[in-house]
Design a protein around this ligand. Structure first.
Ligand code: V47
Length: 381
């Protein structure tokens, strides 16, 4: 199908097919694909661009799985670089934010598949964080972890979720999806849950009323057909449940892992993947440009290629920085607001469920952008 025919379908609100998605990946004019994705982005959100104040906790990197793209995991507790936080260490991360007067609204918790930790390590981890800040939203444990808990502790996924919810779980992050195609999973992540199992955990979470996010790891050995097929499987589940809030394309980072011979995706591939995602996923409200992984400049540019969310302040990140990410570990709300405004968009501080926390004059960091330029001019004059 020609690009013009695909554009007509998008403007008529018709669904795109696998062949359309593949054609968009092959269309030579990146800016046309981006502009079409931007039309959809603006139809849904206008100029509004979302971010939150959050903190990442990766409580352990000990992991039974051996995903070839992962630089974070260590197989055994005694291995070089392996760590497991005590509850006090993990809780200390939140205590430090509270002591600093930083009004974070979310903690994002993702861990390795540790063979030796009891289930109550996880429930107590959540419960302790809620004791420190009862209002905090806990977005915790990927579908891969939840599937692992179900097998290891011989509980149905619904019971695992019920117990974690009772301890403080509020929603599920989108990690671990990688690429659903069995051909790719067999080569890059053979020993964790399958794509169908990943989808089934989210189906169960949505049925019990939890919201979740979804991701796609791109830039390893997958074809563009496999990327589009991945998006279509997410779209089909969303038709069924409506529980996904945000799709996050995750660009492969090649340092310090078994796939380090592969090149990282190029900037054009990043922007095109964001744009195609916005166009294919007509039923998922948000597309997140996770600045930690994309790089701040590409994430800012992606706000014109379909993305409407930048994730948050983050504070401390391990998974990508161990894989060679050169982004900072944290951005202040003022810096995020500056980046959004400089892109010609309107910043909105949200909570995890996309309720508005602050916008317009109420944004705590409501300072004019280019203040750094002005300041240096003052120094010169
Ligand atoms: O599951 C691991 C990916 C994910 C590498 O839900 C890698 O809001 C690229 O899921 N290169 C974890 N990717 C991160 C994640 C996430 C991040 C931000 C927000 C949300 C959300 C979720 O990172 C893993 C895996 O797919 N990953 N190693 C790597 N070398």
């Amino acid at each position: 199908m020609s690009f013009a025919a695909i554009r007509d379908k998008v403007r008529a609100g018709e669904r795109l097919s696998l062949a359309d998605g593949v054609a968009l990946f092959h269309h030579p004019n990146l800016l046309e694909v981006g502009a079409l994705a931007n039309e959809v982005r603006e139809r849904l959100h206008g100029d509004r661009t979302f971010f939150n104040r959050n903190l990442h906790i990766n409580a352990t990197n000990v992991c039974e799985a051996s995903c070839m793209f992962c630089s974070f995991a260590r197989l055994q507790p005694g291995d070089k670089g392996a760590y497991t936080m005590t509850h006090d260490e993990a809780w200390g991360k939140l205590r430090a934010r509270v002591a600093a007067g930083d009004p974070i609204t979310e903690i994002h918790i993702v861990n390795g598949l540790h063979p030796g930790l009891p289930f109550d390590y996880y429930t107590e981890l959540l419960a302790g964080l809620k004791r420190i800040q009862p209002s905090i939203h806990l977005k915790a444990f990927t579908a891969v972890e939840l599937h692992y808990f179900a097998k290891k502790f011989a509980m149905p996924v619904a019971d695992v979720l019920a117990a974690l919810r009772a301890a403080g779980l509020d929603s599920i992050p989108g990690g671990g999806a990688e690429i659903f195609a069995p051909r790719v999973r067999k080569k890059i992540c053979d020993d964790k849950c399958t794509g169908d199992e990943w989808l089934d955990v989210h189906r169960t979470a949505h049925r019990v009323g939890l919201r979740s996010n979804c991701t796609m790891l791109y830039g390893t050995i997958e074809t563009v057909e496999e990327r589009v097929d991945h998006m279509l499987q997410l779209r089909a589940l969303q038709d069924e449940t409506g529980g996904f809030q945000t799709f996050i394309p995750l660009a492969f980072h090649p340092d310090n892992n078994a796939l380090m011979k592969l090149p990282a995706p190029t900037g054009v591939d990043d922007l095109r993947t964001y744009a195609v995602a916005r166009l294919m996923l007509d039923n998922i409200p948000h597309i997140k440009a996770y600045w930690i992984m994309l790089g701040v400049k590409t994430a800012q540019t992606a706000l014109w290629f379909g993305a409407d969310d930048l994730d948050g302040t983050v504070q401390e990140e391990k998974i990508y920085h161990m894989a060679g990410a050169e982004t900072p570990q944290a951005m202040s709300p003022a810096e995020i607001v500056r980046i959004i405004r400089d892109a010609g968009r309107t910043p909105v501080e949200r909570d995890t469920l996309y309720n508005v926390v602050a916008e317009g004059a109420a944004l705590a960091s409501d300072k004019p952008f280019r203040r750094d330029v002005r300041r240096s001019l003052e120094v010169v004059s």
